[in-house]
Design a binder for this molecule. Structure first.
Ligand SMILES: [Fe+2]
Length: 304
């Protein structure tokens, strides 16, 4: 995750590592989130020189800003061109996912009602998430810095973009977009163990030293983004960076990638390069194992 801007929640409910319930009234005020220049595109972004794309991004960003004022998510009326990008990517991914994605994930996508036909709205996914694991999504206009992004997970909330990648390169995005969020991340939040694990990372981020935050960033990277899981004797993908990229997902199951059993001490000390294909991936034995191991690790934060 890249650094863009800082945010510290102003309310501080008591941290708990065992009570995973977060009620709507326990949430900090979204209006307290202050972001600047969060919607700027890098010069090498495929849409950087497309004035129409930039106008569209500004409009969708304005909806996220409005959400922070009102607490109400506005559905985006996606254009036929945006829907076309979605259909292309969703169909291509579905084919590779059938071979390599975690069974839980494949079922969860159906449970959430995500289809190849149209871009899902955060509001409809929120309704299902609330029933399944009491997780929620909040719109955001771009990347936020690591501690801020992870901290929201402690309130069982994922900040999620709503725009879609540029039409000139549907297979590629240098930043999260609605494809990465809804095809990559969101289905896994329907898994209670995974949702609890995400919340634990959020708790950790709020109390971590700078060094611990770096460790948490690696844990997040090798699980939430690039995690593999053992399922019925097979190895499958559950990480969003794998599940939302044709190239990464295929590559993850070639000879060039080493699969290692998940070892927390090793994972938090393994640096990664986000601009290249991953040479090493870690395999968890189960989502409950990941949750329990992470809980013990986060509990150690206060004791150091
Ligand atoms: Fe991601």
């Amino acid at each position: 995750m890249k650094t863009q801007t800082a945010f510290t929640p102003t309310t501080e409910p008591v941290l708990s590592l065992t009570n995973y319930e977060v009620k709507d009234e326990d949430l900090p005020e979204f209006r307290d989130m202050k972001f600047e220049n969060i919607n700027q595109l890098d010069l090498d972004h495929p849409g950087a020189n497309d004035a129409e794309y930039r106008r569209r991004r500004d409009y969708i960003a304005s909806l996220a800003k409005k959400f922070r004022e009102t607490g109400i998510i506005t559905d985006v009326e996606y254009t036929p061109e945006e829907q076309k990008v979605w259909r292309y990517v969703a169909e291509e991914l579905e084919e590779i996912q059938a071979k390599h994605a975690s069974k839980f994930y494949l079922q969860a996508k159906k449970d959430l009602g995500i289809s190849n036909e149209r871009i899902p709205q955060l509001t409809e996914m929120n309704k299902r998430l609330k029933q399944l694991s009491n997780f929620r999504l909040a719109p955001i206009e771009g990347l936020v810095e690591t501690r801020a992004f992870l901290s929201w997970l402690s309130w069982r909330t994922m900040l999620s973009t709503q725009y879609i990648r540029h039409t000139s390169r549907p297979e590629y995005t240098p930043e999260p977009d609605i494809v990465h969020e809804s095809i990559g991340h969101i289905p896994m939040f329907t898994n209670r163990n995974f949702a609890d694990f995400s919340q634990l990372i959020g708790h950790g981020a709020r109390i971590a030293s700078e060094e611990q935050l770096e460790e948490l960033g690696r844990l997040y990277w090798f699980t939430v983004e690039f995690g593999l899981v053992e399922e019925d004797g097979d190895i499958k993908a559950y990480g969003a960076g794998l599940l939302s990229s044709f190239g990464e997902l295929e590559n993850a199951f070639t000879e060039s990638v080493e699969h290692r059993p998940f070892d927390l001490a090793q994972v938090i000390n393994t640096p990664y390069d986000y601009s290249d294909m991953q040479p090493i991936l870690y395999v968890i034995p189960s989502y409950s194992y990941l949750k329990e191991t992470t809980r013990k690790y986060i509990e150690s934060f206060g004791k150091k």
